[in-house]
Design a protein around this ligand. Structure first.
Ligand code: ADP
Ligand code: ASP
Ligand code: MG
Length: 408
């Protein structure tokens, strides 16, 4: 008898019929002899709908109240799914995050799970029940409701699997696995049978939202076998594990495992700052102090004793970063501050890249051939990222996918 954690995302519980379908599927696993703990998201669109409601009340609602509001979405689906299971003679009980409890830090809207008390869940499972847990939510040390950031139900599922010592964590979604890139953008994208934690971490952190990055961090840290599957169609999906099925010397080892992209990007430039020691710190320090994550950074070679400085932040943080930068600019006597939230970041990822040159030049040539201007470039051992104009996104991803023969 295996203990499995199954997570169903928003589309998979998007309406009454889908929830009933999920219940049938869970009941089938139980009939087959598995013990099942389920984590669910809110119905698709619900988190966005609630966010829009909040915006009608207040321009910048407090993160604490947002967490109270957004967690209601998952509370609806746990109850409905439990009812549907009971209707199928499958005993079930629902728990919110704070009932479990899933304890987090106090950082509203992007809390980190600190501890899961698995006792109550294991007791219910031992009594023959399916336990349905609300994804995306927890309770802070101070007793407040918290959320884990968008896509956080993935992390709830993997953290539950780790805490309960489950045999596998299955993430059911609207695609049947992890693909070489988002199949919505490149229909020719290929499903990968296996992906290593390291590759998945890169893909997720660079924008492949099929898994929230924290969930992959958890899986890797606690060695939880993680599988991405479709809730609508049968198949083995993609297994994410520590093992690389290819050896480094393997001729078949792919150089590139996938292309990720992120639309959640904005660029800020401060022009004509004095070219002297301490500038990077004076410009970026206040931005970091405001808890704004900085991603790519470029500082130009100084001319006439001044230089230009460019960096990117998440799109939602652009306004706040701009305000800070404007005040820094007047204080430093900089010439101008410019912002742009119509950029995207595209990244090619592959552990096989380490030992191969020429990937970057093929990437740049492909973009040039398609008349796509590169605004920024960043590299590590296993990835190359470029920032380009948002309208060029689809063309860039499609042509790179083809140039690197990822469809083969
Ligand atoms: P859920 O609501 O089930 O959590 P998400 O919308 O968060 O689902 O994630 C699934 C989506 O991730 C897919 O519909 C797909 O468009 C997108 N996606 C992005 N990159 C990839 C990739 N490399 N492989 C598969 N899906 C991807
Ligand atoms: N409902 C949340 C969201 O839409 C969490 C999740 O679905 O994973 O981001
Ligand atoms: Mg998701």
């Amino acid at each position: 008898m295996a203990l499995i954690v199954q997570k169903f995302g928003g589309t998979s519980v998007g309406n009454v019929e889908r929830i009933q379908h999920v219940a049938t599927q869970v009941a089938k696993a139980v009939k087959a002899g598995d013990q099942v703990v389920v984590a669910v998201s809110a119905m698709s669109g619900e988190t966005n709908r609630l966010t829009a409601l909040a915006k009608e009340m207040q321009k910048r609602p407090s993160k604490r109240e947002m967490d109270v509001l957004l967690t209601t979405g998952e509370q609806v689906t746990i109850a409905l799914l439990s009812m549907a299971l009971q209707e199928r003679d499958c005993p079930a009980i629902s728990y919110t995050g704070w009932q479990v409890p899933i304890t987090t830090d106090n950082v509203h809207s992007k809390a980190r799970i600190e501890h899961i008390d698995g006792e109550k869940i294991l007791q219910q499972v031992a009594d023959g029940k399916v336990v349905v847990v609300a994804g995306f939510q927890g309770i802070g040390m101070d007793g407040d409701i918290t959320t884990l950031g968008r896509g956080g139900s993935d992390t709830t599922a993997v953290a539950l699997a780790a805490a309960l010592n489950a045999d596998e964590c299955q993430i059911y979604t609207d695609v049947d696995g992890v693909y070489t890139t988002d199949p919505r953008v490149v229909p020719e994208a290929k499903r990968l049978d296996t992906v290593t934690y390291d590759e998945m971490l890169e893909l997720a952190s660079l924008g492949a939202k099929v898994l929230q990055i924290r969930s992959v961090e958890f899986a890797s840290k606690y060695n939880v076998p993680l599988r991405v599957l479709s809730s609508m169609k049968e198949g083995g999906g993609t297994l994410i594990t520590a093992e690389d099925k290819f050896k480094d010397s393997d001729m078949e080892k792919p150089l590139i495992s996938g292309i990720a992209f992120s639309r959640d990007e904005a660029k800020l430039m401060i022009l004509g700052v004095p070219d002297k020691p301490g500038m990077a710190y004076q410009i970026l320090g206040p931005v970091s102090d405001a808890n704004i994550e900085i991603d790519m950074i470029i500082q130009n070679q100084g001319v006439d004793g001044t230089t230009d400085f460019t960096f990117t932040v998440g799109r939602a943080d652009m306004e706040a970063a701009l305000e800070i930068l404007q005040s820094t600019a007047s204080h430093l006597g900089a010439r101008e501050v410019v912002s742009d939230d119509t950029i995207v970041k595209i990244s090619m990822v592959g552990v096989g890249m380490k030992s191969h040159s020429g990937i970057a030049s093929t990437m740049f040539k492909t973009l040039a051939d398609n008349n796509i201007n590169i605004q920024m470039i960043g590299t590590t051992e296993i990835k190359i990222s470029v920032v380009i104009d948002e309208p060029c996104l689809e063309l860039a991803v499609q042509s790179l996918h083809e140039a690197f023969e990822l469809d083969k």
